[in-house]
Design a protein around this ligand. Structure first.
Ligand code: AMP
Ligand code: ZN
Length: 469
């Protein structure tokens, strides 16, 4: 299998330290708010990668952290702790916020058929481990204390900027922009491993440490959680492309300084889901969630289908029109699969094997999911029995996870059974929804309701029922 590696900037043959075993790490969510569908694009593509590796015969150990402390609003070690900000916003404690949004994250994942990682570790459960590794880094001369905080000394490294897709200048912007310089840092790229002195006096969660009461930086969390649960040699590290710098760069710096050898060979970065205003982000306030898609009548798996139709290494532009197109194509695909007759036995003849091979070739070529989806259409068109088609689609869907076999197609609409007045209103409502005039659509729904009918958006589409009196 060939997979693009951000470290080497080429499509490399995928290799692992132990034969047929993948130690895989994923940066988990910062649980101060709902995940937006941009975050979930990253998790969908990582899920497909994990499932494909399993499909290809690898035993995968997938580890994910939950960031419930230490992620500041600026990746340059300044700003508020995002968790504290979330807690203040909702007048709750940090732990209440963390629990609520962790549960919400996994509920969204479930709706999108994203498998739960084998090991999930909240950062707050690993404080002793962070302290142990930071102490070792100080001992080895890679970290220093200044102004009460512990910093990683990037000048001690032979090479700091490992993801050299960008110029050093561009990369440094993330550290500089809108950030007052931290006078304690010896080098502008040094980063905090442990905070004791900072302006966040009201930081809710703090722990005892050899350097005083404080809390860990964000980057050290992922290094420690991975080294503890994946071992010293990591095969595959995943995340969104915005995490390549400084987060992943810092993870590599501290892990390799601690271990004294190469840590992770293969870096998989998913590019952004964008809107017209640029990258979808939580800090911008306006962002789309899975629940919002559901409220608007979309099946979450139609969003998964939308993501799979494009390559993970290209930015994906979100618009309602684009999503509508995918949702319609998805419905048609479900309906076509549903028409296949399950009778008879699959025959694994040459045609069958060639179809399976084309799916494999697509995925082996840097996870080309859109070609893999095309392979499903090729199966539907092929001159083989329905039973063979169903077996192949089931096989492909164990990776794509679109629920192609367990979804009922949209029920036939029978508007003739409804009074004319209601059908006319439904038509107006459909038009309003198409124009994204949801206020008008809701108004029409209320009107239909006063006439004794309920309108509900379900996964199978709009369902209209006469209210039982
Ligand atoms: P966070 O919850 O902010 O820690 O982010 C969780 C994951 O989502 C990280 O891997 C990010 O790199 C990724 N991510 C953030 N924004 C986007 C976006 N607009 N599109 C795709 N992935 C994103
Ligand atoms: Zn991370």
């Amino acid at each position: 299998m060939k997979l693009y590696n951000s470290l080497t900037r080429t499509k490399d043959e995928f290799v692992t330290h132990a034969p047929k075993r993948v130690e895989m790490y994923t940066c988990g969510p910062t649980v101060y708010h709902y995940a937006h569908i941009g975050n979930l694009r990253s998790y969908i593509m990582e899920d497909v990668l994990e499932k494909y590796l399993r499909w290809a015969g690898y035993d995968v150990n997938r580890v994910m952290n939950i960031t419930d402390v230490g992620h500041l609003t600026s990746d340059g070690d300044t700003g508020d702790d995002k968790m504290l900000k979330g807690a203040k916003r909702e007048h709750k404690t940090v732990m209440e916020i963390a629990k609520f949004y962790t549960d919400a994250f996994f509920a969204d994942c479930q709706k999108l058929n994203i498998r739960k990682p084998d090991t999930i570790v909240p950062a707050t459960s690993c404080i002793d481990e962070f302290i142990r590794v930071i102490s070792a880094l100080i001992e080895k001369g890679y970290a220093y204390e200044a102004g009460g905080n512990i910093y990683f000394d990037t000048s001690k490294l032979e090479k700091y900027y490992v993801f050299n897709d960008f110029s050093e200048e561009d990369l440094a912007v993330g550290v500089r922009e809108g950030v007052e310089a931290d006078g304690n840092k010896r080098n502008k790229t040094d980063f905090v491993l442990w905070f004791t002195k900072s302006k966040f006096e009201d930081q809710e969660l703090k722990w005892e440490s050899p350097w005083g009461i404080g809390y860990p930086g964000w980057h050290i969390e992922c290094s420690c959680i991975s080294m503890k649960n994946n071992g010293e040699y990591l095969d595959l590290h995943c995340g969104g492309i915005d995490n390549a710098f400084p987060h992943h760069t810092n993870e590599i710096a501290q892990s390799e300084a601690y271990l004294g050898h190469e840590w992770c060979r293969q870096w998989f970065h998913v590019h952004h889901l964008n809107t017209e205003g640029g990258k979808m982000s939580k800090s911008k306030g306006e962002f789309l969630t899975v629940s919002l898609l559901e409220q608007k009548g979309y099946d979450p798996l139609a969003y998964r289908f939308f993501c799979l139709q494009s390559h993970y290494r290209k930015g994906l532009m979100f618009s309602w029109e684009n999503l509508d197109n995918s949702a319609q194509a998805f419905e048609k695909l479900i309906a076509r699969v549903a028409r296949l007759s399950p009778d008879g036995e699959a025959v694994r003849d040459e045609k069958y094997l060639a179809l399976r091979e084309s799916f494999k070739a697509a995925m082996d070529n840097d996870l080309n999911t859109s070609l893999a989806v095309t392979a499903v259409y090729d199966v539907l068109k092929a001159d083989i029995s329905d039973a063979s088609k169903l077996e192949l689609i089931k096989d492909f869907d164990s990776v794509l996870s679109l629920g192609l076999l367990n979804r009922a197609p949209k029920p036939e609409n029978k508007p003739e059974e409804l009074p004319e007045e209601i059908t006319a209103l439904l038509e107006q409502r459909r038009a309003a929804r198409k124009e994204k005039n949801f206020a008008l659509a809701d108004e029409i729904r209320d009107k239909i309701s006063t006439l004794g009918y309920t309108v509900e958006e379900t996964r199978q589409g709009t369902v209209v029922k006469r209210r039982q009196s």
